[in-house]
Design a protein around this ligand. Structure first.
Ligand SMILES: [Zn+2]
Length: 251
C-alpha cells in the first residue's frame, strides 16, 4: 500500500501548540504572520529570537497526541509512506515517524542556521554528542542574556531553520516530495489539520490522488480541498485519525 499524509497546524494544536491563525496565535499582541518574515528579522532579530525561543520551549514541554501516534502507526504498517508536514515542531518525530518517511516542508524549529553561510546545527534537548551539548548549553546561556546568537564560522546572525512567509521552500525537501509523487500513484491520501491555504498542499494532495485514490480530509471546517475529497471527516485530528488508521490497517 502506498500512502501520502499531509498535515498542518491543526494536528499539533491539540498538543497545545498554537496555530498562526486566529487570536490564539498572537504573541505580545503581535501577529505571527508578520513576525515569521525576513523583514521582521532584519528589523528586530532580538524580538524574533525571543518569540522562537518561547515557541521552542513550549514544544519541548508538549507531547505528541493521538493524531501523531496514529500517523506513526500508519507509517510503520505501510510499505510506501510519506508524511509531508507543514509543522516545524518535532511531535511527529517524537511519536515515531522516521526521518526518511517525513518531510518538514516549512523547516525545523530546532535547527539554527546562519543567515549568510551554510552553517547549521540542531538544538537537541538531549544532545547525542558532547559537541552538540556544548552548543545547546551555549544557546540556553544566550537565551538568558537575551543576546542574538551569531554564526561561529562567519559572525553573521543565525536564525531559526524555518521557512518564513515570502521565502522559497527548500529545494532538497521539495525534491523528496516530488520523488515520492513520481514513484507511483497512491492508494490513500490523508490531509489532516490544514486549511490548505498553500497551493502546493492542494497540488500534492491531488497528484497523490491521480489514479482515483481515496482522498480523506480531516478538518473541522471546510477548506479549498474539501470539494476534491472522497471522504470528509469534520472532526479534530486526534479524534478522527486513530479510528481512520485502524480501519486502513485492518483492510
Ligand atoms: Zn555563517
Amino acid at each position: 500500500m502506498r500512502v501520502l499524509v499531509l498535515t498542518g497546524a491543526g494536528v499539533s494544536a491539540e498538543s497545545g501548540i498554537p496555530t498562526f491563525r486566529g487570536k490564539d496565535g498572537y504573541w505580545r499582541n503581535l501577529d505571527p504572520t508578520k513576525l515569521a518574515t525576513p523583514e521582521a528579522f532584519a528589523r528586530d532579530p532580538k524580538l524574533v529570537w525571543e518569540w522562537y525561543r518561547e515557541r521552542r520551549q513550549r514544544i519541548r514541554n508538549a507531547r505528541p497526541n493521538a493524531a501523531h501516534e496514529a500517523i506513526a502507526r500508519l507509517a510503520h504498517q505501510t510499505d510506501e509512506f510519506l508524511l509531508v508536514t507543514q509543522n516545524v515542531d518535532d511531535l511527529h518525530a517524537r511519536a515515531g515517524v522516521a526521518a526518511e518517511k517525513m518531510v518538514q516542508i516549512h523547516g525545523d524549529i530546532f535547527v539554527t542556521r546562519c543567515s549568510r553561510c551554510e552553517f547549521e546545527r540542531h538544538e537537541y534537548e538531549h544532545p547525542p554528542s558532547p559537541r552538540l551539548r556544548w552548543t545547546s548549553e551555549q544557546e540556553q546561556e544566550q537565551e538568558h542574556e537575551g543576546v542574538v546568537p551569531k554564526c561561529p564560522d562567519c559572525d553573521a546572525l543565525v536564525r531559526p531553520g524555518v521557512v518564513w512567509f515570502g521565502e522559497q521552500l527548500s529545494r532538497n525537501e521539495l525534491e523528496r516530495v516530488e520523488d515520492f509523487l513520481d514513484g507511483g500513484a497512491c492508494d490513500i491520501v490523508i490531509v489532516a489539520g490544514t486549511t490548505a491555504t498553500f497551493g502546493y498542499i492542494i497540488d500534492w494532495a491531488l497528484r497523490g490522488n491521480r489514479d482515483g485514490a481515496e482522498l480523506i480530509e480531516v478538518n473541522p471546517e471546510e477548506t479549498p480541498l474539501s470539494r476534491f475529497a472522497t471522504r470528509l471527516v469534520r472532526e479534530p485530528a486526534a479524534i478522527a485519525l486513530p479510528r481512520i488508521v485502524s480501519q486502513i490497517i485492518r483492510r
